[in-house]
Design a binder for this molecule. Structure first.
Ligand SMILES: [Zn+2]
Length: 300
């Protein structure tokens, strides 16, 4: 039996795209996250994955890669993505739990996880799962919410906040919403087998007052200048870390060998019409409307 997953922040059926992003004053965050990705992503790659990619907000940043996997826990957000982006051999949609990923060894040579880890109670476990699916010499970009941010430091110094932004343990400020210390994330990445590289400070101007006073173009331009300071002074609310895996470049697993059984780890899964079959224990996983569904096995 697989180990149970910690509680997952479930966006199933949520209107996250419309209620959080579109016309909600987050053009600044969206623009500066894209700048960070463009700075850190490799110029070419074979198979790219967005872990917790939701409705596919950032998928157009993956245009230069041969194949793109959009993975999320929410089937409804993947459906939304598929409706807008279409289905092809290049675009693959996968519903799965980040603590039991269905991807075989060497599945990906490029991956990102953006605005996801702040919902994870066991971030180190998720990072280990991700690492296991990456090739040698792969790139993995992680965005996390930084507890040691400027606003938290000021609030702490003014005694408006009890928890210290300098202590390394994660702070759960709302249920299933965590801010992490950069040193904690760095250690978790290393423990999972990644080699952290560049670090960018992102969304430093995320303050309602600045958003009202400054034009968007100026905010984005300033953020672009501030981003490289993340290596030495990581006090922005959001941080992007570039990670490499060791070893020399190998081809990614072929599409037929992309998946392993998330229950028992057996690989590769065999496809029979709209079912993926586990070769060892006969676990069966559905493909619904072209979306691979590894959230729970079929029972009949
Ligand atoms: Zn199995």
């Amino acid at each position: 039996m697989p180990t149970p997953s910690p509680a997952v922040c479930d966006y199933e059926g949520s209107t996250y795209r419309k209620d959080f992003w579109e016309g909600k004053g987050r053009d600044y965050e969206d623009a500066v996250e894209r700048i960070a990705l463009r700075r850190l992503l490799p110029t070419a790659g074979q198979r790219y994955v967005d872990f917790g990619g939701g409705f596919g907000r950032l998928v157009d940043e993956a245009a230069r890669y041969d194949q793109v996997v959009l993975m999320d826990y929410s089937r409804s957000m993947l459906q939304d993505a598929q409706t807008r982006l279409g289905q092809s051999d290049r675009m693959i949609y996968v519903a799965a739990d980040v603590y039991h990923l269905p991807f075989a060894d060497n599945a990906f040579d490029v991956g990102i996880m953006c605005r996801v880890i702040h919902h994870l109670r066991d971030a180190p476990a998720a990072l280990r799962q991700i690492r296991a699916s990456m090739t040698p010499d792969a790139t993995f970009l992680l965005e996390f919410a930084n507890k040691q941010n400027f606003k938290a430091i000021v609030r702490y110094l003014l005694r408006l906040q009890t928890w210290s932004p300098y202590s390394h343990e994660p702070i759960e400020f709302v249920e299933l919403n965590f801010d992490f210390h950069p040193a904690y994330i760095q250690a978790a990445l290393k423990a999972a087998g990644f080699e952290p590289q560049r670090r960018l400070a992102v969304s430093s101007l995320r303050l309602g007052l600045l958003k009202r006073l400054l034009p968007l173009g100026l905010m984005v331009a300033l953020d672009r200048v501030i981003q490289p300071t993340g290596g030495v002074l990581p006090i922005s609310p959001s941080i992007f870390v570039e990670n490499k895996t060791s070893g020399s470049r190998t081809p990614v697993a072929p599409l037929e060998a992309l998946f392993k059984c998330p229950s028992c780890g057996a690989a590769p899964l065999r496809r029979e019409r709209d079912v993926m079959l586990c070769p060892t224990h006969g676990h069966r996983w559905a493909i619904h409307n072209g979306i691979y569904d590894f959230k729970e096995p079929l029972t009949s």
